[in-house]
Design a protein around this ligand. Sequence first.
Ligand SMILES: [Zn+2]
Length: 71
Amino acid sequence: MQIVVLLIAFGFVMFFARRNAPTRGCRWRADATGDRGALRKYNCVACGAEAFTSTKGPPNDCRSKLKTPKL
Ligand SMILES: [Zn+2]
C-alpha cells in the first residue's frame, strides 16, 4: 500500500512542476524590425510576450507573468 501512496505523491509533484514550467505553450517568433544592436527581439505568439536575447535562438522562458511596461 505504501507504494501507491508514493506514486500518488510523485504524481502530484510532477503535476505542479509541469504547471509552473515557464516555457509551457510559448512559441517565439523572431521580429527583425525590433532588433536593438546585438539584441534580437522575439515575440511570443502564444501569450504576446516580448523578449530580447543576445544569444542564438529564442528565449528559454516566457515573460507572460512578468508584464513589462512598454517603453
Ligand atoms: Zn509566451
